[in-house]
Design a binder for this molecule. Structure first.
Ligand code: NAD
Ligand code: TDX
Length: 339
C-alpha cells in the first residue's frame, strides 16, 4: 500500500505519518509538501532515512509536478492535509487560501481520477458548519448541519468539501471527508492558541486573549484525529462525511489559565486584545456517526493530553524557538503589535 500524504510537514500531517509508519510497517508513505511557513523539515528529520518514507517538495497547485509524482508512485490512497490553516491569516490575505485549499484540492483529485486510486480522503474541519450560540449547550454539529462559514479559511475548506462530494457523484471518485474539531499536541505551529500560549508563557511574554476569552472550542488530541482518519480510509463508506470530536468543549480563557497553572506563570501575563473579526463563538461536534459506524472513540483525556503537550514543548524548545526567531517575528509584530 502506498499513501500520498499532502501537508505532511505540518502539524497534523506529520503526526499522521508517524502514526501510520508505526502501525503499518509495510506501507510506503510519500509526503508531498510545499514547505510554506507552516511546514518544517526538522519535524520529519527522524524519518528521512526510513526506506518506507519519501519526501517531495511540491505545491499541490502545481498540476504538472503532482501528475509526475503520481506517475512515479502509483499511490493507492491519498490523504489531503495540505492547506493554509490559520483563520487569522485568512482574514489578512484570503487569496492564497482560495488557491491552495480549493484549487489544490481540485488538482489532487484530478490526479486521482487520471491515475486511479482506491481512496481520496479530504481532511476538512468543523469550521465549515459556522458556529453555535453559547446559550444552547444542547446543540452540536452533525454531518447534516448546513454549511454556514464565517471566515475566508472556513469558506475555502467548505468549497473544497463540496468539490470533493461533486467529484464523487460526477466522476465516481472514491472520496471520503472528515470534519474534525480543534486539534492540539506535538508539532503544533506556535501561531495557534495552545502552542502560542505555551511559548509566550515560557518566555514570560503577554498572553493575548481575543475579546473576552469566552469563545468555546472542542479540543481533540492529535493522535485521536489520526486514528479516526486511519479508520475512515480503511473502513469508511465512500461518498460519506464523518465528524470527529471528543465532546471536550473549553473556553479559551480556561485553557490559557490552565497553561499558566501548569507552567507556574502568573495570570497577570494574560492580556485581553481586540477580538478576531467574525470570531466564531462555539464549536461542538457530535461524533455519533463515526462511533456507531467505525467504533471510533477518543482515547486521550484533555488533562493528560495537555500535560503531554506542555511537556513536549518543554522538551523540544529548539523546534519552536527556531520558528519564532525567524520570519514568524514579522507576522507576530503585524498581528499583535498594535492590537
Ligand atoms: P498546518 O498549517 O500545520 O500544516 C499545513 C501543511 O500544508 C504545511 O506543512 C504546509 O507546508 C503545507 N502546505 C500548505 N500549502 C501547500 C501547498 N500549496 N502545497 C503543498 N503543501 C502545502 O496545518 P494543520 O493544522 O496540520 O492542518 C492540516 C489539515 O487539517 C488542514 O487541511 C486543516 O484545514 C485541517 N484541520 C486542522 C485542524 C487543527 O486544529 N489544526 C482541525 C481540523 C482540521
Ligand atoms: O492569540 C490568540 N488568541 C486567542 O484568543 C489566538 C491565536 C487564538 N485565540 C482564540 C481564537 C479562537 O477562539 O483561540 C481560539 C483558537 O484559535 P486558533 O488556535 O487560531 O484556532 P481556530 O481558529 O479555532 O481554528 C483551528 O481549529 C480548526 C485551526 O487553526 C483550523 O485549521 C481548524 O480547522
Amino acid at each position: 500500500m502506498t499513501i500520498i500524504v499532502t501537508g505532511g510537514a505540518g502539524f497534523i500531517g506529520s503526526n499522521f505519518i508517524f502514526y501510520i509508519l508505526k502501525k503499518y510497517p509495510d506501507y510506503r508513505i510519500v509526503c508531498l509538501d510545499k514547505l510554506t511557513y507552516a511546514g518544517n523539515m526538522s519535524t520529519l528529520a527522524p524519518i528521512m532515512e526510513n526506506p518506507k518514507f519519501r519526501f517531495v517538495k511540491v505545491d499541490i497547485c502545481d498540476r504538472e509536478a503532482v501528475y509526475k509524482l503520481f506517475e512515479e508512485e502509483h499511490p493507492d490512497i491519498v490523504v489531503n492535509f495540505a492547506a493554509e490553516s490559520h483563520v487569522d491569516r485568512s482574514i489578512e490575505n484570503p487569496g492564497v487560501f482560495l488557491e491552495t485549499n480549493i484549487m489544490g484540492t481540485a488538482i489532487m483529485m484530478d490526479a486521482c481520477r487520471k491515475y486511479g486510486i482506491i481512496r481520496y480522503h479530504q481532511v476538512s474541519t468543523d469550521e465549515v458548519y459556522g458556529d453555535l450560540p453559547l446559550d444552547r449547550p444542547d446543540l452540536f454539529f452533525t454531518e447534516e448541519t448546513p454549511i454556514h462559514t464565517s471566515s475566508p479559511y472556513s469558506s475555502s475548506k467548505a468549497a473544497a468539501d463540496l468539490l470533493a462530494l461533486s467529484y464523487h457523484r460526477t466522476y465516481d471518485l472514491s472520496v471520503t471527508i472528515s470534519r474534525c474539531s480543534n486539534n492540539y499536541g506535538p508539532y503544533h505551529f506556535p501561531e495557534k492558541l495552545i502552542p502560542l500560549m505555551i511559548a509566550n508563557a515560557l518566555n514570560d511574554k503577554q498572553l493575548p486573549v481575543y475579546g473576552e476569552g469566552i469563545n468555546v472550542r472542542d479540543w481533540l488530541y492529535v493522535e485521536d484525529h489520526c486514528k479516526a482518519i486511519d479508520l475512515i480510509i480503511h473502513k469508511g463508506r465512500v461518498g460519506e462525511v464523518y465528524n470527529i470530536g471528543g465532546h471536550n468543549e473549553m473556553r479559551n480563557i480556561d485553557i490559557v489559565e490552565m497553561i499558566c497553572d501548569a507552567l507556574g506563570k502568573p495570570y497577570s501575563l494574560i492580556t485581553y486584545v481586540t477580538d478576531r473579526k467574525g470570531h466564531d463563538m462555539r464549536y461542538a461536534i457530535d461524533p455519533t456517526k463515526i462511533h456507531n459506524e467505525l467504533g471510533w472513540l477518543p482515547e486521550t483525556k484533555f488533562a493528560d493530553g495537555i500535560n503531554k503537550t506542555i511537556q513536549w514543548y518543554l522538551d523540544n524548545r529548539e523546534w519552536w524557538e527556531t520558528i519564532i526567531s525567524g520570519e514568524y517575528k514579522n507576522y507576530y509584530e503585524k498581528m499583535y503589535g498594535n492590537r
